[in-house]
Design a protein around this ligand. Structure first.
Ligand code: ADP
Ligand code: MG
Length: 379
C-alpha cells in the first residue's frame, strides 16, 4: 500500500474532439503530483478500442495506436466489450491480459464530445462503481444535447437566443417548413449547429437562404438533430468556470474575441488570432449577474465537479444570454477553464486536486443511499 491514489486517466476517444482530448490529457498528466497519484493511462483510439498506454503519445493525434501488437486488437471488429466488476475494476476485455490493471480509486475522463462527455462513459463508470471527475450521466447527456439543454434552461427561466430544432426526418420529408420557420421566427443571420457536438464542429453562420441550406446540409452530416439559432449580434462572448458539487463556486470571468466572424474550430485550436481577456472588462453588476447565472445553469442540469458556462453579453445593454454549458471543457493550461481558476487564485495543479477530491466526495455522498426496499417495509 503506497498511500497513493490509483487514478485512471481516459483520453482520446471516438469523437471529433479526439485531438483536443489528447492535448488536455497531456497537460493534466504533467500536473498530477507523482507523490499523490499513481496514474494508469487508458487511451481510446478513434475506433473505440481501449488501450493501456505507456504515454499519452501512444494514442496518436491520428487516432491510431503505436506500440500495441496487432494481435491485441479486437479482431471481430466489435466495439470493445468491458468486463465490469463492482468497486473499482474497469477492464476492457481486449487489454485485460496485457498488464495488471490496478483497482482504480478514481477516473479522470479527459474526453470531449460523444462517448466521453455525453453521459455514455459516465454510465459505464457509474455501473462499475468507480468515482469519476465531473458531471454524472444526466447532466453530461443534457449539456451535450443542445436541444434538450435549451428546453431545460428555458424551464429554469435562463435567457437564451431564440432557436428552433429540426430533424433529419423533417428535412428529407419536406424542407420548406423548416426554411419558412427560420426566416419568419428567427431571421438572418442564424447559427446552425449539430445538436450533439462541440468545438464548433459542424457550426456555420448563415446570412441568407442559400447559406442556410448549405449550413443545414453540413450540420446534418454530424447529427440527425440540428439547432438553428438567432445570431446574437453586437454581443461579447463571456465565459465562467464553475467548480463544486452541492455549493458550486463561479470563477472570475473571461472574454473571448475570436479572430474570425465567430469562434470556430480554426480560431479555437489552430491559429493564435483569438484574444482571451481575463478578467473580462465588465461592470461589477453584470459580472455578478453572469456568475450567478453560471451557478444557476450548473445547478439546473444537476452539475457535479466542473463545467464552463458560456454567455453572450450585449455590448450596449449588458443583456445576458446563456449560450451553453460544457461539462468537460478544454484543459490545457492556456484553456479558459483552468485559466479562469488560476486568475481566481486556484492554480492548475491545485485545481486538479480539487476535482479529484470532489469526485471522491460525490461518490461517498451516495454510499449511504438506499438501493432497495425491504419486502417487510411498511407501505
Ligand atoms: N446564437 C449565436 N450568436 C452569435 N454567435 C454564436 C451563436 N451561437 C454560436 N455562436 C458562435 O459559434 C461558436 C460555437 O458555438 P457553440 O454553440 O458554442 O458550439 P460548440 O458547442 O461547438 O462550442 C460560439 O463560441 C460563438 O462564437
Ligand atoms: Mg461553445
Amino acid at each position: 500500500m503506497t498511500g497513493k491514489l490509483n487514478l485512471g486517466m481516459l483520453f482520446g476517444g471516438r469523437s471529433c474532439e479526439h485531438e483536443v482530448s489528447i492535448t488536455s490529457a497531456r497537460s493534466i498528466l504533467a500536473a498530477l503530483d507523482p507523490e499523490k497519484y499513481s496514474v494508469s493511462l487508458i487511451g481510446i483510439d478513434k475506433q473505440g478500442y481501449w488501450h493501456m498506454a505507456d504515454s499519452i503519445d501512444a494514442v496518436t493525434h491520428h487516432g491510431s495506436v503505436t506500440g500495441v501488437p496487432e494481435r491485441d486488437m479486437n479482431e471481430s471488429g466489435d466495439i470493445v466489450t468491458m468486463r465490469l466488476h463492482h468497486q473499482g475494476n474497469l477492464v476492457p476485455a481486449d487489454i485485460a491480459h496485457l498488464t495488471d490493471i490496478p483497482t482504480l480509486d478514481v477516473v479522470f475522463p479527459v474526453l470531449h464530445g460523444t462517448f466521453g462527455e455525453d453521459g455514455t462513459l459516465q454510465g459505464i463508470l457509474e455501473t462499475a462503481g468507480i468515482p469519476y471527475v465531473g458531471c454524472g450521466v444526466a447532466a453530461s447527456a443534457l449539456a451535450m444535447d443542445k436541444a434538450l439543454a435549451k428546453m431545460v434552461f428555458k424551464a429554469a427561466g435562463i435567457p437564451q437566443a431564440p432557436w428552433l430544432v429540426t430533424t433529419h426526418h423533417e428535412w428529407i420529408v419536406d424542407r420548406s417548413p423548416t426554411l419558412h420557420r427560420v426566416e419568419h421566427e428567427l431571421g438572418y443571420p442564424v447559427f446552425v449547429k449539430p445538436a450533439n457536438l462541440g468545438s464548433s464542429v459542424g457550426v456555420t453562420k448563415a446570412h441568407d437562404r442559400q447559406e442556410l441550406v448549405r449550413a443545414l446540409e453540413h450540420a446534418r452530416e454530424f447529427d440527425n438533430k440540428v439547432i438553428v439559432e438567432q445570431s446574437m449580434e453586437n454581443h461579447r462572448e463571456i465565459e465562467c468556470s464553475v467548480l463544486g458539487n452541492q455549493a458550486p463556486e463561479a470563477s472570475i470571468l473571461g472574454e473571448i474575441r475570436p479572430g474570425a466572424e465567430f469562434y470556430n474550430y480554426q480560431t479555437k485550436y489552430l491559429d493564435d488570432k483569438t484574444e482571451l481577456t481575463v478578467p473580462a472588462p465588465l461592470d461589477p453588476d453584470t459580472t455578478r449577474s453572469v456568475r450567478e447565472m453560471a451557478i444557476r445553469a450548473f445547478l439546473t442540469i444537476d452539475g457535479k465537479g466542473l463545467a464552463r458556462a458560456d454567455f453572450f453579453v450585449h455590448r450596449d445593454t449588458n443583456e445576458i444570454i446563456l449560450n451553453e454549458v460544457n461539462t468537460m471543457p478544454g484543459f490545457t493550461p492556456i484553456s479558459m477553464y483552468p485559466r479562469l481558476w488560476a486568475a481566481s487564485g486556484l492554480p492548475y495543479r491545485k485545481l486538479i486536486d480539487r476535482l479529484v477530491g470532489l469526485a471522491l466526495e460525490h461518490h461517498r455522498s451516495k454510499q449511504h443511499l438506499k438501493r432497495s426496499v425491504r419486502h417487510d417495509a411498511p407501505r
